[in-house]
Each structure stands twice: as structure tokens, then as C-alpha cells.
Design a binder for this molecule. Structure first.
Ligand code: THU
Length: 130
């Protein structure tokens, strides 16, 4: 199954009763494992989490930290791009050349790298961790 198909399938399980905007994400780690996530909203709106965060959390819980490829899908007129916070979250675990495929349910898609989505990202290299 393609990464985009996995994202499309998991999207059905999104919990988005407030925005009604269901998002599905599938990511492949460098080990070849696929992790999926959906957005999970909350009656206290800011407590909601994005689909990207869910997929990343699943990968981390499995003991993996390096993303190889990402697919994001939602029902929108144009391919849905990760929000700013999710670009930063993806960057933490991705090299700049990791490809992100964004799509809508009509089959329109857009492909960009993590580096293109978040040029000049803040990174752990800038932290003094001594
Ligand atoms: N959303 C995601 O899950 N990922 C994105 O990249 C964009 C936005 C969710 C958050 C919220 O539940 C809904 O879409 C509307 O913003």
C-alpha cells in the first residue's frame, strides 16, 4: 500500500467534530516502518493535536527517530500543507530532503521537501546543549 493510501485510509478515523476537517498522515521511517496519525480535536480548542503530531508520536513510541517520507491528506480544494508547528515537528526528525506529499481527496497532490516547507528552520544545532 502506498503511503498516500495509508494516509487516506487512516483519515477516516480522525476526531474532528469541531472543525469537521479530518486530516490523515502516514510517514515511513528510515527503517521502512509506516506510522499513521490523525488530528484529535478537543472541546478546549487549543488542546487539539494535528495528524502529523500523532504519526510522529507513534514513531517515537516505537523507538524510531528518523523520517524517510511523509504523506498528508485532507478534504480540501487544494492539497493541504502542514501547519507551521507541524513543519517544525517534522523537521526535528527529518533531513531537509525528506519528501512530503500533500493531497486532497480528488487526487490533486503537491510534493515538497521538508527543507522547502521550512527553510531556515530552528534546529537543535542552535541550542547550547553543553
Ligand atoms: N490539521 C492537521 O491535523 N494538520 C495540518 O497540517 C493542518 C491542520 C488539523 C488541525 C485541526 O484539527 C484541523 O486540521 C483544522 O485546522
Amino acid at each position: 500500500m502506498s503511503l498516500l493510501s495509508a494516509a487516506r485510509d487512516i483519515r477516516e478515523k480522525a476526531y474532528a467534530p469541531y472543525s469537521k476537517f479530518k486530516v490523515g498522515v502516514a510517514l515511513r521511517s528510515v527503517s521502512g516502518d509506516v506510522f499513521v496519525g490523525v488530528n484529535v480535536e478537543n472541546a478546549a480548542y487549543p488542546e487539539g493535536t494535528c495528524a502529523e503530531a500523532g504519526a510522529i508520536a507513534a514513531m517515537i513510541a516505537a523507538g524510531q527517530t528518523q523520517i524517510a517520507e511523509v504523506a498528508v491528506i485532507a478534504d480540501a480544494p487544494t492539497p493541504v500543507q502542514p501547519c507551521g508547528g507541524c513543519r517544525q515537528k517534522l523537521k526535528e526528525f527529518s533531513d531537509a530532503d525528506v519528501r512530503v506529499t500533500m493531497a486532497n481527496l480528488d487526487g490533486v497532490s503537491l510534493s515538497m521537501t521538508v527543507g522547502e516547507l521550512l527553510p531556515g528552520a530552528f534546529s537543535k544545532d542552535q541550542l547550547d546543549m553543553s
